[in-house]
Design a protein around this ligand. Structure first.
Ligand SMILES: Cc1ncc(COP(=O)(O)O)c(C=O)c1O
Length: 378
């Protein structure tokens, strides 16, 4: 059950300089594809790094030591926030890049005619890197969503698994349907057949950071630029699998996982700015809960719930409204109930083709007081 404390939206807005910036303050910001605005803490951490510690990190002189310490701190904090170990966290340029380098590393497990399951509910980022493994003999099997309700039915997955299946690539939350897939159950079923599960959390994480150990997913990635950060993406991998993957980085890093997965190092200043995301969540926690919670994961859970409750309150009337309009067809569930759906809303119109608007921004007036600016690509 979600707790009954309400998100203090004025406090939240006060943390984001964009809401008082002359250029952006008058806009309602719906453009999830471009990422989220960033809180002041992220901007401060980025500025501090660029001002004082923009040097080669991990040497003994003060600026270098502080730079390295802060890079480690950012990774450790994020590991705690998603319930992982710090040597299970990789920071890459984007989710697409993370999945590309991961698929290349997982080639090792693919022999001729082995099968990889991808879905047609996923973003291309978690489909095409796996389809490319046909080059090394893999066969691709597609888990298709149900045409009536747009959901990925687990009963269908069971039919697709064979003793040849090696990898399952599946989204935690579709960026069109909005449903939260039961990744924990999916992993349990896949693991009974020793299948590696790669979860795409890009559309999930902005609505609450995942608990990767509870999900028991093998790999999980999400875009940090959609979770209040700069343009980076996090890749989590289970240590027991990561440590055996081939080195795709410099030779001197042989055996030094997780750094073996990505060619080259992370973007130092942006990595350090991730501390600001933790601080933002910590501030939200302090502001709303009067307890002295010390465990980072517990704080994150509580703030996640606060955000989810707020999302339910603002998204359910929109879902209800679209669902009741006879000229519109809502895609996905018509109500968020206890975090079973993200407030990512897609619909089609029976009268207007979105193709007409593909190149232009346009204004949808849903009700006199409710206007959405969007691009006609739903
Ligand atoms: C569900 C989903 N997965 C993956 C991606 C790709 O993420 P990135 O832009 O970090 O490559 C996106 C981008 O919008 C997405 O919505």
């Amino acid at each position: 059950m979600l707790q009954n404390i309400k998100l203090d939206i004025d406090y939240v807005r006060s943390q984001f300089p964009a809401f008082s910036d002359p250029l952006s303050k008058d806009w309602s910001f719906f453009e999830n594809a471009g990422g989220s605005y960033v809180p002041i803490n992220v901007i401060e951490k980025l500025t501090e790094f660029m001002t004082s510690t923009k040097v080669q990190p991990y040497a003994e002189y003060p600026m270098s030591k502080i730079a390295g310490d802060n890079m480690d701190k950012a990774t450790e904090l994020f590991a705690k926030m998603i319930n992982a170990y710090k040597n299970e966290i990789l920071i890459g340029g984007s989710t697409s890049i993370n999945l590309y380098v991961l698929s290349n590393a997982l080639k090792k497990y693919i022999s001729k005619n082995d099968e990889i399951i991808v879905t047609n509910q996923d973003h291309e980022a978690n489909i095409s890197p796996w389809r490319r493994l046909t080059e090394v003999g893999a066969k691709i099997v597609e888990w298709k969503f149900d045409l009536n309700n747009h959901e990925l039915e687990i009963s269908e997955l069971k039919k697709l698994i064979s003793n040849k299946t090696k990898i399952l690539a599946v989204t935690h939350c579709s960026n069109i349907v909005g449903s939260i897939n039961n990744l924990k159950k999916i992993c349990k079923i896949a693991h009974e057949s020793n299948i590696i599960v790669v979860g795409d959390g890009v559309s999930y994480a902005p609505h609450g950071f995942p608990n990767v150990k509870e999900l028991d997913v093998d790999f999980y990635t999400f875009s940090l630029y959609k979770t209040y950060g700069p343009h980076l993406a996090l890749l989590y991998g289970k240590e027991e699998i990561l440590k055996d993957l081939p080195n795709q980085n410099h030779e001197f890093l042989n055996g030094n996982y997780p750094y073996t997965i990505n060619p080259g190092g992370p973007n130092h200043e942006e990595l350090v700015s991730l501390i600001g995301i933790y601080e933002y969540f910590d501030n939200l926690h302090k502001h709303h809960f009067k307890d002295e919670e010390k465990i980072i994961l517990n704080k994150i859970n509580k703030v996640n719930n606060l955000i989810s409750l707020h999302e339910e309150i603002i998204a359910n009337p929109i879902l209800d409204y679209i669902d009741k309009r006879s000229d519109l067809k809502l895609i996905g569930k018509n109500k968020i109930h206890n975090k079973d759906r993200a407030p990512t809303i897609a619909f089609t119109s029976h009268n207007i083709s979105s193709k007409k608007y593909l190149k232009n921004w346009y204004k949808v007036r849903l009700q006199p007081e409710m206007i959405i600016f969007t691009r006609g690509d739903v």
